[in-house]
Write a protein that binds this ligand. Structure first.
Ligand code: L34
Length: 297
């Protein structure tokens, strides 16, 4: 069997089309366009690419945006003062500080300084906490995008064994919570979360009906580690040297795609899988922030 390909590019386009309509309605009702402020610290080439994709998506759906570039020498104090100003600015609906940050800055402190009502990344402890207890919250974009893919392709999760490889605050932890949640149409899976201390990773991955891999390690998951019919969501996005490519690298996920796809029933490609969904869900969250849908005044 060769897997069905989960087309993240296509579903992301459909999602953006939907947001475009909702933004139009919002403005037809007499409101100003939503505004997303991106803060980009330092010069991380991958961050430039991702922020570029976010800016383009904003333009497409009618969200206004600005990227504030700060040098990698910026102090925690200066960065937080900048964020506090944005928190108070009523013309700013969403604030996104692109990660990773330079080593001298604590992502925890910076995220916590963002007003949780403008935290369109869903990284603030208030949003993560509310997600965990099942209250309305901004859901971080990559996990929300994965759930959207399951919905679009009617891939059932209820009662399935979902194994998540990677326990990051951005992806692994929140997707394990969403997949395990008992309410709503998606979720209701039994979840296992593996991380770098997991002994014998295969013992866990081999039992997965749904395998979400967000470890940041090229080709960590090989065909012999999964069972026939597994649904594979590959969140990894790794640059590996490739002289045949103009850029000098190619993008690969955390799975050995060619061999794993022969056993899987569904699989996301890299690129064109989860990445575009992350960007599309940010558009949704920014509109929710502008409408004050999650935290009404
Ligand atoms: N604050 N930091 C904050 N929020 C986020 O949601 C992110 N993330 C992750 C890194 N740091 C962040 C992103 O934006 C990862 N990420 C992201 C965004 C977009 C894409 C991948 C990761 C994406 O568009 N990927 C394309 C290929 C892009 C390329 O050519 O490099 C894809 O098809 O997968």
């Amino acid at each position: 069997m060769s897997a069905n390909i989960i087309d993240g590019k296509k579903v992301a386009q459909l999602t953006r089309d939907e947001v475009r309509k909702d933004v139009d309605d919002w403005m037809d009702a007499g409101n100003r366009p939503p505004f997303l402020q991106v803060v980009l610290v330092g010069n991380n080439p991958a961050s430039d690419v991702y922020v570029g994709a976010k800016t383009r998506a904003c333009k497409e759906v009618g969200i206004e945006t600005d990227t504030m570039r700060l040098p990698d020498t910026v102090s925690a104090k200066e960065l937080k003062a900048t964020i506090h100003k944005l928190n108070k600015d009523d013309s700013v609906d969403g604030i996104l500080v692109q990660l990773p940050l330079p080593n001298h800055l604590s992502a925890h402190d910076v995220i916590e300084s963002i007003d949780y009502r403008k935290d369109v990344d869903g990284f603030h402890p208030m949003n993560v906490g509310r997600l965990t207890v099942g209250q309305p919250s901004f859901r971080s974009c990559t996990p929300a995008g994965i759930i959207e893919l399951f919905k679009h392709y009617s891939i059932p999760t209820k009662g399935k064994h979902a194994v998540v490889v990677g326990a990051s605050n951005i992806v692994g932890r929140p997707i394990s919570i969403l997949l395990n949640k008992e309410s709503g149409e998606q979720g209701k899976a039994t979840t296992t979360v593996c991380h770098k201390f997991t002994k014998d990773l295969t013992q866990h991955t081999i039992g997965a009906d749904i395998l979400v891999v967000a470890a940041g390690q090229p080709e960590l998951i090989k065909a012999e580690m999964v069972k026939e019919g597994v649904v594979v969501i590959d969140v990894g996005i790794n640059r590996v040297a490739d002289e045949t490519k103009e850029k000098g690298y190619s993008l690969v996920g955390d799975c050995d795609f060619e061999s794993v796809k022969e056993k899987a029933s569904w699989i996301t490609p890299v690129p064109g899988g989860v990445g575009p969904m992350t960007v599309a869900m940010l558009m949704k969250n920014t509109l929710l922030a502008a409408k004050k849908s999650i935290y009404p005044e």
